[in-house]
Design a protein around this ligand. Sequence first.
Ligand code: CAA
Length: 390
Amino acid sequence: MTTAIGIHDLSLATTHYVLEHAALAEAQGTDGAKYRSGIGQEAMSIPALDEDIVTLAASAAAPILARHGRAEPSTVLLATESGVDQSKSAGLYLHSLLDLPRCTRMVELKQACYAATAALQFAVGLVARDPAQQILVIATDIARYDLDTPAEATQGAGAVAFLVAADPAIAALDPVSGLYSDDVNDFWRPNYRGTPIVDGKLSVHAYLTATEHAFAHYRSGGGRDLDRFAAFCYHQPFTEMAYKAHRHLLESQGEVATREALAEKLAPTTHYNRVIGNSYTASLYLALASVLDHGGDLTGKPVAMLSYGSGAVAEFFSAVPVPGYRRQLRTTDNRQTIDARKPVGYHRYRELYHAYSALGKGGDRTLPVETGAPFRLAAIDGHQRIYEAR
Ligand code: CAA
């Protein structure tokens, strides 16, 4: 019998601040129901000035290393859309922040929101070659759009770290994957821009098309039928996107999708994304964390995963929670991490947004202590990012 490979541990992190969508709607003169039920969002995580994708990644990964040991991961695969350097892997900052051994392979992966799923599959390949290896995958992103655009309400930030190993303690991955790629300009960010260019309606359409094709490829490879899944984790740029995608998928298979039927399979997957907002690469894995924490006993019950990254790549795959998986979860810590965020009002949010944009333009800065997280960006000095652990 081949050994199962999958997710052995999983931990999440988010930012110091949170902006409620009700506050955003009031300041914009928008009906709050558009955000609450139209896109399915209640709040979005907002970074303090001394937070970035590196500090989020370190905060997500530290509990995993504390539980399993710093020496365990032979490779760290960091996936992000919002990297801090065009050459150096953000993971290398983690190397010193988390005191990782020198004999570690570190690399950063990019394909919009999809890259963490590529990282997961690469990790599975490494473990298949040597089942003694454990691979740390970190999905970390800060989603920022231009202010006063329709996309502004779909910002957010977060990181999910997970350990990929043989004989996993949380969920075994099924070997079948359904793939889809297409060259489409629905969302992209040229090197000279701090925010993406996005065609919102095209991006929704591209996501739906990709979902249908990735599932068809998954089925053609021997994957399970839709009625075999206990839950469906979708990439959630906003949580209503999961409902749109699942309705589209069911209808493409000739099935009728009532709101109740959709909610039964999707609602447990949306608890974290609904209050964190889009976290690009991390979003799908926040959906997984949410269903593991809120979906009842899923032991032996397949969970579908749909990864989408604009541009566009999609992958449909599945995982099966293993006996005893609930003992490995960090449900209380996850809730505390989210509840610990400090609310900001609309004006402070705008100030933070502009200060963050200015920081991205270069120049030396010492940053005042703002975040309560265990890792922070202390300064930018001579084009070098200086981090500190507390
Ligand atoms: N009460 C209740 N619902 C309301 C409402 C009200 N008062 N007013 C509007 N709504 C509903 C609308 O009917 C609509 O629902 P449907 O989609 O079911 O028709 C929903 O709220 C959104 O309203 P609009 O269509 O008017 O939305 P918008 O023009 O403000 O833009 C958006 C929505 C295109 C998603 C925009 O937020 C955006 O561009 N976001 C960024 C791109 C994005 O997230 N794309 C998702 C797919 S791409 C991807 O997944 C990759 C990624 O992470 C970026």
